[in-house]
Design a protein around this ligand. Structure first.
Ligand SMILES: CC(C)(COP(=O)(O)OP(=O)(O)OC[C@H]1O[C@@H](n2cnc3c(N)ncnc32)[C@H](O)[C@@H]1OP(=O)(O)O)[C@@H](O)C(=O)NCCC(=O)NCCS
Length: 225
C-alpha cells in the first residue's frame, strides 16, 4: 500500500471504504452518464473528475455496489446510491473517495490539500482571529502544515455537514482546534462561532481526524448513525 493510501486508510474507522490514486483518471473509463457531466471541461478538470469517479467506483464495489454511474446533483454533490453516504476530494497529484453504509454513518466528508499550496496569503480568508493567533505562535516549520490543516479540516467538515443540512457554512463561521498534542494527535474539533443548522441535529463540537504525508494533509469527518 502506498504512503498516501495508508494515510487515508487510517483516517476513518474500518466500516468506511476508502480508495485513492496519484494519477488523474482517464475520462474514457467513465460511464456515459458520468461523462455527460463533463461537457467541454478542460483536460485538468476531466482528469480530476474521472479520478474521483474511478475511486468512487472502487469504494462502491467494496460496499457491494457495482455498475452504478455516480451522477452530479444540482448542488455539485455526487448522487450516491440509496443506503450509501460518500465523499470525494482531489488536489494536485492526489485523488480520493470514501463511502459507508448509511445505517452506520449519517454523513461523511473527506478533503485533501497540498501543504505548499495553502500559502500565508490565504490565511486571512480561511482563518478566524483565534486561528491566526495560534498559527503565528507556532514554530515556523509547523505553520504551513497547520494552515493547510485549517483549510482541509474545514472543507471536510463542510462536506460532511452539507450531507445533513444542505446549508452553506463560511470559513469564519467555525473554528478548528487540534486536540491533544497539537498536529501530531491526528484529531481536531470544529466549533461553531455562529448558530448553525447542524447544531439542531448533532451537538457541537464535531470531531475529525487528519493525517500528514509528504506535502499532503488529508482530513476526514464522519457522523455515526
Ligand atoms: C464543495 C467544496 C467544499 C469542495 O472543496 P474543494 O477543496 O474546493 O474541492 P475538493 O476537490 O476537495 O472536492 C471537490 C468534490 O467535492 C464534492 N462536492 C461538491 N459540492 C459538494 C457539497 N456541497 N457537499 C459535499 N461535497 C461536495 C464533489 O464530489 C467534488 O468533486 P467532483 O466535482 O469531481 O465530483 C468547496 O468548493 C465549497 O464550495 N466550499 C464551501 C465553503 C467552505 O468551504 N466552507 C468551509 C468552512 S466550513
Amino acid at each position: 500500500m502506498s504512503e498516501a493510501a495508508l494515510l487515508l486508510d487510517t483516517l476513518f474507522p474500518a466500516a468506511v471504504a476508502t480508495a485513492s490514486r496519484t494519477e488523474p483518471g482517464d475520462a474514457a473509463l467513465l460511464y456515459p452518464e458520468e461523462a455527460r457531466h463533463l461537457g467541454k471541461a478542460i483536460a485538468k478538470r476531466a482528469g480530476e473528475f474521472a479520478a474521483g469517479r474511478l475511486c468512487a467506483r472502487r469504494v462502491l464495489e467494496q460496499l457491494g455496489v457495482t455498475g452504478f454511474p455516480l451522477l452530479v446533483r444540482e448542488d455539485r454533490r455526487p448522487q450516491w446510491p440509496a443506503g450509501i453516504v460518500g465523499s470525494i476530494t482531489h488536489t494536485h497529484g492526489y485523488y480520493a473517495a470514501v463511502a459507508a453504509r448509511s445505517d452506520q454513518y449519517h454523513a461523511i466528508g473527506v478533503d485533501a490539500e497540498r501543504v505548499g499550496r495553502v500559502g500565508r496569503n490565504l490565511w486571512p480568508k480561511i482563518c478566524t482571529a483565534g486561528e491566526l493567533i495560534w498559527l503565528e505562535g507556532l514554530p515556523e516549520a509547523e505553520q504551513a502544515r497547520a494552515g493547510a490543516l485549517i483549510f482541509s479540516g474545514k472543507e471536510a467538515f463542510y462536506k460532511c455537514q452539507y450531507g445533513l443540512t444542505e446549508s452553506w457554512v463560511g470559513f469564519q463561521d467555525v473554528a478548528l482546534e487540534p486536540l491533544d498534542a497539537g498536529l501530531q494527535s491526528g484529531r481536531f474539533a470544529v466549533r461553531p462561532l455562529v448558530p448553525l443548522k447542524l447544531e439542531k441535529i448533532l451537538p457541537a463540537p464535531w470531531s475529525g481526524r487528519c493525517r500528514f504525508g509528504d506535502d499532503l494533509v488529508i482530513s476526514g469527518m464522519a457522523f455515526g448513525a
